[in-house]
Design a protein. Structure first.
Length: 194
């Protein structure tokens, strides 16, 4: 079954290629080869400001640069986030992006009976996260707290489920063989739209 996939590149530095960029490109190429429709958003290239109050989040319009991104989120059936782990969490730029696009009119839908339901229900996601420490250490010692929060409190709140994750540790000592293996893994995930 062909799917509509939105890749969200959450690496805050777009000036130089990083592992997250190579992995996103591999995922996209695998998905396109399989006939999936792929669109991409690069958070670092957007004109972003931070949400500074509850009133702003609830009542002020989404910045013009992000209106199209909200439509991409509504369009997508599967979301794939690529980002490095910074201080145990997603980078601040990605968090700020999510706070701006995940406004009430996107994350909650009012039914005819007056009750609201998650606005992006029926979509799935994958988090592809790179980090300097071993991925097992992040999971075991730290409990993967930053990703657990993103899965439950951000994506889960919007109705996105299931949310799978690929954690890639020790990126500072990545061998060419392991890099090629990761590229192949991303291509296979893209082909299966998972």
């Amino acid at each position: 079954m062909k799917r509509r996939i939105l890749i969200i590149q959450g690496h805050p530095d777009h000036r130089a290629p990083h592992l997250a960029h190579a992995l996103a490109d591999a995922y996209a190429s695998g998905a396109q080869l399989q006939g999936h429709e792929v669109r991409q958003v690069c958070v670092a290239q957007l004109d972003l400001s931070l949400v500074r109050s509850q009133e702003e989040w609830e009542r002020k319009p989404v910045p013009a640069a992000l209106v199209a991104v909200q439509e991409e989120l509504r369009w997508a059936q599967h979301l794939v986030f690529f980002f490095p782990l910074w201080l145990g969490e997603m980078p601040a730029m990605l968090k700020g992006f999510l706070e701006q696009v995940a406004r009430p009119d996107l994350v909650r839908v009012q039914g005819a009976d007056g009750h609201s339901s998650p606005g992006l229900k029926g979509r799935s996601a994958r988090l592809v996260v790179t980090m300097g420490m071993p991925a097992l250490f992040y999971r075991g010692f730290y409990g993967g707290h930053g990703l657990r929060s993103m899965r439950r409190s951000v994506l889960g709140f919007m109705g996105i489920s299931p949310v799978r994750q690929t954690l890639i540790g020790r990126v500072g000592t990545l061998s060419p063989h392991r890099f090629e293996s990761l590229v192949h893994q991303m291509q296979m995930l893209g082909r299966s739209a998972r």
